[in-house]
Design a protein around this ligand. Structure first.
Ligand SMILES: Cc1ncc(COP(=O)(O)O)c(C=O)c1O
Length: 436
């Protein structure tokens, strides 16, 4: 290797400059290896990763069972294209994943369509809903995030940065407020406001018989980790049934054990029509998908949707190993238990802190919202300061919320009790350091 190349390999600033700024970035860390809950830099600094790759590495980084499944399948075939052949991990995943359909309706046979990213699974949902209903409009929720492709972006309002300068987006997308108890007068009032807004949309803007689907996150993700009132999904189910609309739950961030159930939808009893999955599905390999009744999925006719890489063999092998790990290590139960402990510990630390408006969450999907006064003026500056203080103490956290007003805490579901203790200590010290 010539001297220039050798220098470049250790000149991180020069190398980092080669990555375009569109990848807005939380840290400048270069990671040499990542295992379990930890990432490690080339100089051996270790960080406790409670960002989980934005809610992806639920089984931890490089879980040994996922790693062997990946390497074994890679040696047997990497790209076994879906339109050309079947492969064993794909067939097995199509058999096993539909059995996880949340609140499955009795007697209904469910099926699976696989793609690569969350946004692609959202696109599949929109196309399926259009094909199945013959309608073209959608209802989505303020603060929702569904991805960055044109269809998914059209449903997204968690921040204007995802939409700005990209008009025209898809027509026929209508928004109701997501029930946000803290900011909408409590659980009951927030739900009433949301339902009234949908009624009002139907009375004034869009006829319900033009609406193909309601697309909703069972727990609001990028928009602030907001847990809606229990009656939310049942109320949407009732509206959908009344008007022949499909109900699609976007479980990309809230699924795969994150909230203490395999899918967050299982916290209530509503049965969705379509479940959108990605992130945790293959422990970090690019894979996504939708679940729906087979009779519904079959409304997408041969060739009307798909993609070169959808259902990649190595990703499917990782997804099968992920399911095994989730079951054998009882990760959803673990998320519920540890999440409960962390939430009470953080709530106790935050009590009486004047800038902490709320500590909330479900399972290991938790947030601390910073806001001031009766008007709940968002304090993204405190969030940034908190992320900086945590990182200085080797704990990685993220932000969320339309105004960046909440610290988001997403530990891997395999995190150990000792790691939780470390994280709680750092969170306490960081709250103190920022004078919240
Ligand atoms: C709820 C939700 N839906 C969809 C997406 C888009 O997924 P992807 O980034 O894989 O396209 C995300 C990503 O954060 C998400 O949180």
């Amino acid at each position: 290797m010539d001297q220039h190349a050798t220098d470049l390999l250790t000149d991180w600033d020069a190398l980092r400059a080669g990555v375009p700024p569109v990848w807005a970035r939380y840290t400048d860390l270069v990671v040499e290896r990542a295992t379990g809950s930890w990432v490690e830099t080339p100089t051996g600094e270790r960080y406790l990763d409670y960002t989980c790759g934005i809610g992806v590495t639920n089984t931890g980084h490089a879980h040994p069972r996922v790693v062997s499944a990946i390497s074994e399948q890679a040696a047997r075939g990497i790209h076994l294209q879906q339109n050309i052949v079947y492969h064993q991990p794909g067939l097995e995943l199509h058999r096993r994943l539909p059995a996880r359909f949340p609140n499955a309706a009795p007697g209904v046979e469910y099926g699976l369509f696989l793609s690569n990213s969350g946004a692609e699974a959202v696109e599949a949902t929109m196309k399926l809903a259009k094909a199945a209903t013959g309608r073209t409009s959608f209802i989505a929720f303020r603060g929702g995030f569904h991805g960055r492709t044109h269809g998914a972006m059209s449903l997204t309002t968690s921040s204007v940065k995802y939409r700005a300068h990209f008009d025209p987006l898809l027509p026929g997308i209508h928004f109701a407020p997501y029930p946000y108890p803290l900011r909408m007068g409590g659980a009951d009032a927030s739900l009433a406001t949301t339902i009234a807004a949908i009624d009002e949309l139907f009375a004034s803007v869009v006829s319900p018989d033009d609406v193909a689907a309601i697309v909703v996150e069972p727990v609001l993700g990028e928009g602030g980790y907001v847990v809606p009132p229990d009656g939310f999904l049942p109320a949407l189910r009732e509206i959908a049934d009344r008007h022949g609309i499909l109900l699609a739950v976007d479980e990309v961030q809230s699924g795969y054990g994150r909230t203490g159930r395999f899918f967050a939808t299982e916290w209530g009893e509503a049965t969705p029509d379509i479940v959108i999955m990605a992130k945790g599905i293959a422990s970090g390999l690019p894979l996504s998908g939708i679940l729906a009744a087979r009779s519904l999925l079959e409304r997408l006719t041969p060739g009307s949707h798909g993609g070169t890489y959808g259902g990649n063999a190595v990703a499917c092998a990782a997804a099968l190993a992920t399911l095994d790990v989730m079951d054998d290590e009882r990760l959803p139960e673990r998320a519920e238990r540890i999440g409960g402990q962390m939430l009470s510990a953080i709530s106790a630390m935050a009590k009486d802190r004047q800038h902490v408006a709320e500590v909330r969450g479900r399972g290991l999907m938790m947030a601390i919202e910073f806001a001031d006064g009766e008007k709940l003026t968002p304090r993204p500056d405190l969030v940034k300061a908190m992320l900086g203080e945590s990182m200085a103490r080797n704990l990685l956290l993220l932000s969320c919320g339309t105004y960046g007003q909440a610290v988001r805490i997403i530990p891997p579901l395999v995190t150990t009790d000792e790691e939780v203790e470390i994280a709680l200590r750092v969170i306490g010290e960081s709250l103190e350091a920022i004078g919240a």
